[in-house]
Design a protein around this ligand. Structure first.
Ligand code: 5AD
Ligand code: FES
Length: 330
């Protein structure tokens, strides 16, 4: 295992990148194998009460066309995805209070009838809500810490609390969810030292999944003039995460593909073992604009499934036919 100083050295040294990516790829192969897990993503509401300074869904944005998908339509997308072959679905939204505990439980139960693993990614909720969702059948939960630099976290997340985010991650672990977290790479004022802390944090909380993506400035946000995060740096943080947490699930993120047309395949060859294709239709895709130039906004679910499936096979990997639970049960 690497210590903080070693992680920092690797992040700063670009002469050893290929070696780093190859090492992460080797560990991925040894620990989680050649299967790639596809998780079908349903972005069911772009309404959000928060105002994270980097995010295109922030409540202060008056340009965005807001939508909510209700239970029957969510279940329709879910059913189509399961029919295509997805073994896991991910329900993601802004922090939208319309989806009360009761409504979420109803949606979760509707999806769990389809015999599929279910991940939620709907932000900060109470212990009681998390418990009710778990009891209703949710298996996993994603909530990125975004950055472990407390000062930066405070600047980027008005009226939010770093400690509450940690509380959420702890509660989810206590309740027996597989817990996913992650960070943004290339935020303004983010240091290499803090990226090393992020990686150590994933280890400390014993994450089952870690998603890492480059920051991409959105033109309607306060960070519109900030520099775009580096694809290579995001890839390095991801590869180091694989080395430090060898048996977890790591997605090749959509934000990586936004910055590099082959980004997901490069990520799959540098430590990643998961891809999360969108399984909704074009009515919604463009409106879920967390950052600009998101991929696949004019595609349909079948097209994405076939496209990513062909790419995965082209690099000699297979599409997993299992639920893809985490190997990290330690
Ligand atoms: N660029 C890249 N990723 C972003 N996210 C939010 N805004 C941006 C942006 N401008 C990420 C956050 C969040 C995830 C759903 O999307 O890390 O957790
Ligand atoms: Fe959507 Fe390739 S994954 S078109």
């Amino acid at each position: 295992m690497l210590n903080k100083a070693q992680i920092i050295d690797i992040l700063k040294d670009n002469s050893i990148n290929e070696e780093l990516f190859q090492k992460a790829d080797k560990i991925r192969k040894e620990k989680v194998g050649d299967n790639v897990h596809l998780r079908g993503l349903i972005e069911f509401s772009n309404i959000c009460k928060r105002s994270c300074k980097y995010c295109g869904l922030r409540s202060a944005d008056k340009f965005i066309d807001r939508y909510r998908i209700l239970k029957d339509e969510i279940v329709k997308y879910a059913k189509h995805a399961v029919d295509m072959g997805y073994k896991t679905l991910v329900l993601q939204s802004g922090e939208d209070d319309y989806y009360t505990q009761e409504r979420m439980v109803d949606i979760i139960k509707g999806i769990k009838k389809l015999d599929v693993a279910l991940t939620l990614s709907i932000g900060e909720r109470s212990f009681e809500d998390y418990k009710a969702f778990k009891d209703a059948g949710a298996d996993r939960y994603l909530i990125r810490i975004e950055t472990t630099d407390r000062n930066l976290y405070k600047k980027l997340h008005p009226n939010m609390s770093f400690d509450n985010r940690i509380r959420c991650l702890k509660d989810l672990g206590t309740l027996g969810y597989e817990v996913g977290t992650g960070c943004l790479v290339g935020l303004p004022e983010q240091s290499v030292e803090s990226l090393a802390d992020d990686i150590l944090f994933f280890k400390e909380i014993n994450a089952d999944m870690v998603g890492i993506g480059p920051f991409i400035p959105h033109p309607h946000t306060p960070l519109k003039d900030a520099a775009t995060g580096s694809f290579t740096m995001a890839l390095k943080v991801m590869a180091l995460t694989r080395i430090m947490l060898p048996d977890i699930n790591i997605p090749a993120t959509t934000a990586m593909e936004t910055l590099n047309p082959n980004g997901r395949i490069i990520a799959l060859q540098s430590g990643a073992n998961v891809v999360m294709p969108n399984v909704t239709t074009t009515d919604y895709r463009a409106k879920y604009e967390i950052y600009p130039n998101k991929i696949c906004i004019t595609e349909n679910p079948d097209k994405c499934f076939n496209c990513i499936g062909a790419k995965i096979k082209s690099i000699g990997r297979n599409i997993s036919t299992t639920y893809g639970f985490s190997h990290n049960k330690g």
